[in-house]
Write a protein that binds this ligand. Structure first.
Ligand code: SF4
Length: 486
């Protein structure tokens, strides 16, 4: 694979904003205590006690408070002795008693600085970025607190003994761990590091302390497939119920791989063969444990040109954000979508649903439903990802410029639907820094993100085509990824 010339990996990573992470060598559990109070809720116990924004919370009940996790853990007690430091450096201690045990103190503390990742994974997306993207995208974080709070994946390679003690003591479970391979040499190669605590030690630790983990294997053809994948699966399933799930996701390779190891991409033939070989293996695991412990990401099926499985028998999809069950989840509210659809529209309405190149079949059922409504036409427009390359087919990595190009080439629609997961939630910004407002301004078109499943797809159209009131979902299930939010 040839890549356009660009700056060296070291130069690119040097662009990361250093204020966003702490070095990987610093054990999180040994960080100095003190979190700044960012907000005090009116009428709260904190306000009544005179606690103010800007004060630093040093300890609760004698326990140092290093971050949000400590704050919630120790703040759950009924009686609280709170040590505070003012902005001028004066210290005081308050004694508070909750009226009901479920009460909260009523403050928000500042978000902690995340820990930097010390790995150099051969498939790391940060290494495969083009030049000149925003600084936060070059940040590689690996922080078990984020894994616990947001479900982001960690390798566990920067966990010190003090961190593990804290995880066990505060019951920070489940965590999300990238395994990739159980063979230490292969794992170290994939993670791009020379030394790491054997993953088996982590598995034993989790089992001993009755902690749970969701795991992932980024499948890299020719490296951790075949017999090595068998060994990895055998080991992980033997640690059930500590290991709660195993997601196998295909490696993603962008066109920006100059100077990086030569890796084989997952193409259609490979994906088909892989699915065929894995199906009986995964079925056997499911029969043995009564639960689908090991699962393939939907992307395998989309690359193979097949329909991803449905998961109607299972109440929870723990690896949804890793793309396992995403398509099934999109159609979970299909009955509600059907109910919302009127027989006809007051005027003809043409919609273009923009999506990644592999996703048109995913939307087909929703499109067919829309066509039952007289006057409504929906066409699916696949958008090639020129920012990262044609081999990247997930919707979350579509950028504003590519969407804009597709809209300009197809100017005759009344409305353009775009996947909500390619926007950063809090400022509606695409990965290439264009905002949704920019895109609307540049094209002069009605562009609306779809944030939820098929019901939201239909209602987003009806809101504009027929003036039907629509409340978009508060949180898109796939918005919390590192990429969408960096
Ligand atoms: S893929 Fe994740 S763990 Fe690996 S180098 Fe990148 S940020 Fe670190």
């Amino acid at each position: 694979m040839t890549s356009p010339p660009r700056s060296t990996l070291r130069e690119r990573l040097a662009r990361a904003d250093p204020s966003l992470t702490v070095p990987a060598s610093v054990p999180v559990a040994e960080l100095p205590p003190g979190v700044r109070i960012a907000h005090v809720y009116p009428g709260s116990m904190a306000e009544r006690a005179g606690i103010g924004v800007g004060e630093t919370l040093l300890a609760v009940n004698g326990e140092p408070i290093r971050d949000t996790v400590d704050f919630y853990f120790h703040g759950a007690d009924e009686e609280l002795s709170i040590e505070l430091e003012s902005e001028g450096g004066e210290r005081r201690t308050l004694f508070l008693r909750k009226e009901v045990p479920e009460d909260h103190l009523g403050v928000e503390v500042e978000q902690f600085v995340t820990q930097h990742c010390g790995c150099n994974c051969v498939f790391c997306f940060v290494h495969q970025l083009p030049d000149h993207m925003r600084k936060s995208l070059y940040v590689k974080d690996e922080d078990y607190r984020l894994s616990f709070m947001q479900g982001s994946y960690i390798t566990g390679t920067n966990l010190k003994d003090s961190d593990l003690e804290r995880i066990a003591r505060q019951r920070l479970t489940p965590l999300y761990l990238s395994v990739h391979a159980i063979d230490e040499e292969i794992r170290r190669y994939l993670l791009g590091i020379r030394k790491a605590r054997p993953f088996l030690e982590l598995l034993e630790f989790f089992r001993r302390h009755r902690l749970q983990m969701h795991t992932q294997i980024v499948l890299t053809p020719g490296v951790n497939d075949g017999a090595e994948l068998e060994r990895t699966l055998d080991t992980l399933v033997s640690f059930h119920p500590s290991v709660q799930s195993i997601a196998i996701v295909p490696v993603g390779l962008t066109k920006w791989r100059e100077g990086l190891p030569d890796l084989q991409p997952v193409d259609r033939a490979y994906a088909r063969r892989f699915i065929r070989e894995m199906k009986p293996r995964l079925r056997a695991i499911e029969q043995r444990f009564g639960t689908p412990l090991a699962l393939l990401a939907d992307e395998w099926f989309l690359i193979a040109g097949q329909r991803p499985p449905t998961y109607s028998r299972y109440p929870d999809l723990p690896q949804l954000e890793n793309g396992v069950g995403m398509v099934y989840h999109f159609y979970k509210d299909f009955a509600a979508a059907r109910k919302r659809l009127p027989v006809s529209l007051p005027r003809p309405w043409r919609v273009a649903a923009l999506t990644s190149t592999l996703s048109p079949p995913v939307l087909q059922k929703a499109v067919d439903l829309c066509h039952r409504c007289e006057g409504l036409t929906v066409d699916v427009l696949p958008v090639t990802n020129t920012l990262f390359g044609e081999t990247i087919h997930v919707t979350g990595l579509l950028c504003g410029a590519d969407l804009g190009k597709a809209i300009r080439h197809n100017p005759f629609y009344d409305q353009y639907l775009i996947p909500g997961n390619c926007l950063r939630k809090y400022d509606e910004r695409f990965l290439d820094d264009l905002t949704l407002e920019d895109l609307r301004g540049q094209t002069g078109k009605l562009i609306t993100p779809v944030l939820g499943g098929s019901q939201d797809f239909v209602e987003t159209i009806l809101e504009h085509a027929a003036g039907i009131e629509h409340q978009p979902p508060e949180e898109h299930p796939f918005l919390r990824t590192h990429w969408a939010n960096s």
